[in-house]
Write a protein that binds this ligand. Structure first.
Ligand code: AGP
Length: 614
């Protein structure tokens, strides 16, 4: 997924673009570039492979003056990360400049067509096809807007595109085709902004417009015009973003991931805010549009998600089936959309997605819509595509999550599923008012419990040092904590690059136990619940084979010290909320191991914050 910024106004465009790209760097960092149109109609392009800091150095050494420009940080899909493949891309005559996020699925066909007409390409990217096509239409005599429409209508695939015309310093044109990362218009006073994501423009404006699928916009210093690709005008809704710029910045933390781990108590408070009545146990989720008729008509819920959000859904299955007694299936979105799921109007499909822009998840939602399901989402990014296409949604209210490794979105999405389970149970009559009051009462302790885990950060840092040179890790858990074992493994592998696997503890004897020797650290989630004794048995089996066991156990449990090599204590929590408390030490363990290993915690290699390509 790439980051895009566009600007037109009275400021130096390069300043706005670099500042915006900095806040989008989590979206991709194989290369970065910008193009600024100077008053004398000259396009100045600066671009380089590598981190944004390379581009900043380039612009510092060779400044570009101008008040209209576009910029881009790249996560490579076509063409290796290199200077020649960095965006922006121009037509061969330099008349137009383009940046893009997504994939032009018919780029080979278009490239062949253009090359047959004598167009010479300078890169291996699909993006350059857009620039060359646009230039050809401009040079055919079409006005810029019509040339842009003609170009966009030739493209297949999901793309977000911003276009600049060397001979027109009064406007920029942008478009959103499909589910590729969004296009947000920032509305200023005598200036306009374009960005892939809100954090890039928050320091300048909080008034925004979100482009929908197959919409385009023309922006100039006076404002914007949104239209269909046909040119038919659209009256777009303006939104005011509540986030403050500081909340999207690192503050005193070393990494965004660290900040977001420590924000979890507050994020949980935010996601509860205004939604629970402690007295009655009532849960208020107005954006879900739930009714007794709808809920009682349902005979199953299918949760679709990717990565960490998928593991959140595995926890949600336990919550919804236990509290609301509605059958729940949990599917990888990337699988769901290719196997013809059994769906009808008695099915609700719940998508869990932090970014609201994950291509596989959005495609699964489209499949569900076509098959007649009720479509819900639990989502963090306000105004994202997932939020807009759903029949009902629950906002995570976690605030901007910048670190590529998802943490506070994971825990708040579990809280949201807990709230949804109570709401569904009350409407279905499967959860009594008394039970709801107990469940809501348990929730009120959660922020404090999470905070108490974070108080032990220094211990996790020390424990991490013991294991930061490990080459493999195993995480095991049972029941509602099995997804936490999976999530702990994902956190570790994606930021430290150590191979790690999560496994249901009961499965160890069916194969994985062969892996155990004195070099293998095993994290065993063994907090107080009805499966504790089974977990102790697994720990004993692991120790008997020389394994090194790190147990996550409940405060006060001294006996576990006789079983495990290391013990991470967490406060007692209700079994249904224990996953949220138990995952935090694993987030911190992964974080500190990655830091000890000198890894790039916020921007792990090969990854991007939201995968907007399939
Ligand atoms: C989580 O740490 C990963 N970065 C990744 O698995 C992520 O959860 C997944 O790509 C889904 O993203 P989404 O929640 O924005 O849809």
């Amino acid at each position: 997924m790439c980051g895009i910024v566009g600007y037109i106004g009275s400021r130096q465009a390069s300043d706005v673009i670099l500042s915006g790209l900095k806040r989008l760097e989590y979206r991709g960092y194989d290369s970065a570039g910008l193009a600024v149109l100077t008053r004398n109609g000259h396009v100045n392009v600066r671009r380089d492979a590598g981190k944004l800091s390379n581009l900043e150095s380039l612009v510092a050494a060779q400044p570009v003056n101008g008040h209209i420009g576009i910029g881009h940080t790249r996560w490579a899909t076509h063409g290796a990360p290199s200077q020649r493949n960095s965006h922006p891309h121009t037509g061969m005559n330099g008349r137009v400049v383009v940046v893009q996020n997504g994939i032009v699925e018919n780029f080979i066909e278009l490239k062949d067509e253009l090359q047959a007409e004598g167009v010479v390409f300078a890169s291996d990217t699909d993006t350059e096809v857009i620039a060359q096509l646009l230039e050809r239409y401009v040079e055919s005599g079409l006005p810029f807007l019509e040339a842009a429409q003609a170009t966009l209508n030739r493209l297949e695939g999901s793309n977000a595109v911003v276009m600049l015309n060397r001979d027109d310093d009064r406007q920029l044109i942008c478009a959103r085709l499909g589910n590729a990362g969004g296009i947000t218009l920032g509305i200023g006073d005598g200036e306009m902004f374009i960005a892939s994501d809100i954090p890039a423009i928050l320091e300048y404006t909080r008034q925004v417009v979100f482009l929908e699928n197959r919409q385009m916009a023309v922006i100039d210093q006076r404002g914007y015009r949104v239209m269909h690709l046909t040119g038919e005008p659209i009256s777009a809704e303006e939104h005011t973003i509540a986030w403050d710029p500081v909340s999207a910045a690192k503050g005193e933390y070393r990494h965004f991931m660290q900040k977001e781990i420590f924000e979890q108590p507050r994020a949980i408070v935010e996601t509860l805010g205004g939604r629970i009545d402690f007295e009655t146990g009532d849960v208020s989720l107005p954006e879900m549009n739930l009714t007794p008729e709808l809920v009682n008509h349902l005979n199953k819920i299918i949760i679709v998600a990717c990565g960490t959000s998928f593991y959140s859904g595995l926890v949600g299955k336990y919550l919804i089936e236990s509290i609301a007694r509605i059958p729940v299936e949990v599917e990888y979105a990337s699988e769901f959309r290719y196997y013809h799921p059994i769906i009808d109007d008695r099915t609700a499909v719940l998508a869990i997605t932090q970014s609201g822009e994950t291509a596989d998840t959005l495609a699964a939602m489209e499949q569900a819509r076509q098959d007649g399901a009720t479509l819900w989402t639990i989502v963090n990014a306000f105004g994202s595509q997932a939020m807009r296409v759903s029949d009902g949604y629950i906002a995570m209210h976690a605030g901007p999550e910048i670190g590529v490794a998802s943490t506070k979105a994971f825990t708040t999405s579990i809280v949201d599923q807990y709230l949804l389970a109570v709401a569904l149970g009350r409407l279905k009559g499967s959860c009594s008012a008394e039970r709801a009051r107990e469940l809501i009462f348990d929730l009120t302790h959660l922020p404090d419990l999470a905070g108490r885990v974070l108080d032990h950060d220094a211990e996790y840092k020390e424990l991490a040092h013991l294991f930061h040179k490990a080459t493999d890790f195993l995480f095991i858990g049972r029941g509602i904590n099995y997804p936490i074992a999976l999530e702990g493994a994902l956190k570790l592998k994606e930021i430290s690059y150590i191979h790690a696997e999560g496994y249901p503890a009961g499965e160890m004897k069916h194969g994985p136990i062969a892996l155990i020797d004195e070099t293998l650290p095993i994290v065993a989630i063994a907090t107080n619940d009805f499966l504790y004794d089974k977990m102790v048995s697994q720990i004993q089996q692991s120790k008997a084979r020389g394994g090194i066991v790190i147990a996550v156990a409940t405060e006060g449990n001294e006996a576990i010290c006789n079983e495990a090599d290391h013990v991470i204590y967490v406060p007692e929590a209700s079994p249904l909320l224990a996953p949220i408390v138990n995952v935090i030490p694993l987030q911190l363990l992964a974080y500190h191991i990655a830091v000890w290993r000198g890894c790039d915690v916020d921007q792990p290699r090969n990854l991007a914050k939201s995968v907007t390509v399939e």
